[in-house]
Design a protein around this ligand. Structure first.
Ligand code: ADP
Ligand code: MG
Length: 257
């Protein structure tokens, strides 16, 4: 990808990084949840992570941005080593954006406040610059008009779009999505998936836990099926979803499709 070296980069400019996860292990007490995960994601690649409840999908995502600390193994995002002992957490939060099932917006801040607070606190941007970046990202998710509203004045789909704009305002190189549409009313699922589809088309590297098999089929470059803390099967959607080889994958898909 060629990037224009101008101060005002186009809205769609994405500085996407590749991800290398190697030998990742995580336990909660005696529960060995991640059992040696190896996963390589190319810059700009979209990987959908599927698998039964409790298989370790959320834990894997949370290890990638250190919401959980893995016991062993490494995570690399572009030039940035997440699992370095003396990792710079502010730099990590800039590199890796995350969107959760429950939005996790700050209820006491406006939409604009939600989208500027980390920019000023973590990235030390001026208030004016942060507002400008936030306005640009809110426009990108179609919410430019709602900047002064509070989260409880928005639909679930709108709140999730704010959460995406907030993450994008940090100029991440990787976006993690943990079941971003699972808490939404059916009629607002589409608007969130459509934002994610655009982001994928713009070249963002994305790791997406989802039960939306239609989205996985259409948008994912690769589908990874996890079960029992290991990657059981991985490949293009046309293989993993349409023609799974592993019996566990076949069972799972029979239940969700
Ligand atoms: P998934 O997202 O695939 O449903 P999770 O990663 O949430 O799976 O959970 C994997 C396993 O780890 C489950 O057995 C779950 O109970 C356990 N687990 C997840 N988070 C914690 C936690 N904070 N403390 C203890 N056990 C946890
Ligand atoms: Mg989960």
């Amino acid at each position: 990808m060629t990037t224009q070296q101008t101060p005002a980069a186009p809205v769609s400019a994405v500085d996407a990084a590749g991800v290398t996860i190697a030998g990742l292990n995580k336990s909660y007490g005696a529960n060995h949840v991640l059992r040696g995960i190896d996963l390589e994601i190319a810059p700009g690649e979209v990987v959908c992570l599927i698998g039964p409840s409790g298989s370790g999908k959320s834990t894997l995502l949370r290890c990638v941005n250190l919401l959980e600390t893995p016991e062993s193994g490494t995570v690399q995002v572009g030039e940035f080593t997440v699992t370095d002992e003396d990792v710079d957490l502010d730099a990590l939060r800039q590199h890796v954006g995350m969107v959760f099932q429950q939005f996790n917006l700050f209820p006491h801040l406006t939409v604009m406040g939600n989208c500027t607070v980390a920019q000023t606190k973590v990235l030390k941007r001026s208030a004016a610059e942060a507002r400008e970046v936030a306005a640009r990202q809110l426009a990108r998710v179609g919410l430019g008009e709602l900047a002064e509203r509070y989260p409880d004045q928005l639909s679930g789909g709108q709140q999730q779009r704010v959460a995406i704009a907030r993450a994008l305002a940090m100029d991440p190189q990787l976006m993690l999505f943990d079941e971003p549409t699972s808490a939404l009313d059916p009629e607002t699922v589409g608007e969130v998936l459509s934002i994610m589809r655009h982001l994928a088309e713009e070249g963002m590297t994305m790791l997406v836990v989802t039960h939306e098999m239609g989205f996985a089929r259409e948008v994912a470059d690769r589908v990874v099926f996890m079960d029992g803390g290991v990657v059981m099967e991985s490949g293009p959607a046309s293989a993993v979803i349409a023609d799974p080889q592993e019996p566990r994958t076949q069972d799972f898909l029979r239940r969700v499709l």
